[in-house]
Design a binder for this molecule. Structure first.
Ligand SMILES: C[S@@+](CC[C@H](N)C(=O)[O-])C[C@H]1O[C@@H](n2cnc3c(N)ncnc32)[C@H](O)[C@@H]1O
Length: 236
């Protein structure tokens, strides 16, 4: 019998935000696949499920997705990781691959899902709470209201893209924003956007959580997202 692969979103930090469905599937899976960028690296997604899933009876299988600067090398590594999973599925194993936040938001899992499905195996995706939704809840902010739109930007590195979004959207979510605070402040100044429009959501549901205004003196971790609401002041 062929195995099945589940892609599981585990939410952004607080283990209580794991869905009942994610927990049920994780409890039943023989293998928990843990994506990492390098062998032996600690996995935040695994730390999130550890308090609520008994992993002692399970095989936790590290799956390496190297962030190599060369695209060809990244592709080779992804293929190898997928082959590793297919090898287990061909032996009838049920695998749950965990992902931080939601599976459909900037996650390698979608590539894996496509590869495994094309190889003839059953796959299923269990959504998780995305970091920016959890952050909006922690900050008690609406992401968008009425007829407003929301732009989700992968990082502040691509200035041109960010400038277009800042000019055209009422609301923005900027991912991987930890080291872009000064750049953002400059871009706000150029456009007369008050700095209070931005809320930093850092390590939501994790140790060291910070929810508050941009503080350029502060160091932020990789788990930092910014929510910008240009109409916030107007609505009061
Ligand atoms: C590769 S993306 C993964 C996004 C994830 N799949 C999601 O649904 O949010 C990594 C980025 O997600 C955001 N992120 C993930 N966890 C977070 C947390 N606990 N607090 C704030 N931002 C977080 C940060 O912007 C981080 O740089």
């Amino acid at each position: 019998m062929k195995g099945k692969l589940y892609g599981i979103g585990v939410g952004p930090g607080d283990p209580e935000l794991l869905t009942l469905k994610a927990k049920r599937i994780l409890d039943g899976a023989e293998i928990i696949a843990v994506p990492v960028k390098a062998a032996g690296e600690e996995s935040t997604a695994l730390e999130i499920i550890r308090p609520v899933i008994d992993i002692r009876e399970k095989r936790c299988m590290e799956v390496v997705f190297q962030m190599h600067p060369q695209e060809e090398e990244r592709r080779r590594c992804r293929r190898e990781a997928c082959e590793q999973l297919v090898g287990e599925l061909s032996q009838g194993k049920t695998i749950a691959m965990i992902t931080l936040g939601d599976v459909s938001v900037y996650s390698t899992y979608m590539y894996v899902n496509q590869y495994v499905a094309q190889a003839g195996y059953e796959t299923e995706i269990i959504p998780g709470i995305p970091s920016f939704c959890s952050g909006a809840a922690a900050a008690q902010l609406p992401l968008m209201e009425g007829k407003e739109s929301l732009a989700i930007i992968p990082s502040a590195r691509d200035t041109k893209n960010l400038a277009i979004a800042l000019d055209q959207f009422e609301n923005l979510v900027i991912m991987k924003a930890g080291n872009s605070m000064e750049k953002l402040m400059d871009m706000f100044l150029e456009r007369q956007i008050p700095p209070e429009s931005a809320t930093v959501i850092s390590c939501v549901g994790m140790p060291g959580e910070y929810i508050g205004p941009i503080d350029t003196q502060r160091e932020y971790s990789y788990f930092t997202t910014i929510i910008i609401k240009k109409n916030r002041e107007k609505k009061g």
